[in-house]
Design a protein around this ligand. Structure first.
Ligand SMILES: Cc1cc2nc3c(=O)[nH]c(=O)nc-3n(C[C@H](O)[C@H](O)[C@H](O)COP(=O)(O)O)c2cc1C
Length: 155
């Protein structure tokens, strides 16, 4: 059965959009088609159609979610996410006290709603360098491996 994977991203100055596009290319090389969506244009109810999704986001204000992600965050409570696989990554800045904390908030919420995190949260400092791209490659593979095991009811 073909898995359906969504990539949803929030990006103000472009870094996280580039990360999301990199993930899309990497998944394609792994024979996994994806749908890519900017968060403010995304109908959160579509999450129900995906077997899994990756959320890519920066952190803003003082360790908060970007404003344009708040509706998405609230809408999560209206969707049955039990057993849905997800992964979180994004570029933020280690110069800020709460590095990448938007991802931690999302993780807490998704975990609370019964979704399953497929791989460790991957935080990137500003522009992704070669090491980050290698980590993103492994992130994609781990995400797909986890989804497959989950479909076989092994996790
Ligand atoms: C006003 C402002 C507040 C920010 N606050 C945080 C923060 O609290 N934590 C953090 O990790 N990064 C913070 N950042 C850094 C951004 O998350 C970082 O620049 C990110 O790469 C932007 O991604 P984008 O290019 O996709 O918009 C802040 C940036 C700005 C301009």
């Amino acid at each position: 059965m073909n898995k359906k994977v969504g990539i949803i991203y929030a990006s103000m100055s472009g870094r996280n959009q580039r990360v999301a596009e990199y993930l899309q290319e990497k998944f394609a090389k792994l024979d996994q088609p994806t749908e890519i969506n900017e968060v403010s244009q995304f109908d959160s109810q579509k999450l129900a159609d995906y077997d899994g999704f990756v959320f890519v986001s920066y952190t803003y204000h003082d360790g908060q979610l970007p404003d344009e992600s708040l509706d998405f965050f609230d809408d999560l409570q209206t969707i049955d996410l039990t057993g849905k696989c997800y992964a979180l990554t994004g570029s933020s800045s280690i110069k800020h006290e709460h590095f990448g904390r938007a991802l931690d908030y999302l993780d807490q919420q998704l975990n609370h709603l019964g979704a399953l995190r497929a791989t460790a949260i991957l935080k990137i400092d500003l522009d992704a360098d070669r090491a980050d791209l290698a980590r993103l490659d492994a992130f994609c593979q781990q995400f797909l491996d986890f989804m497959q095991l989950h479909q076989q009811q092994l996790v």
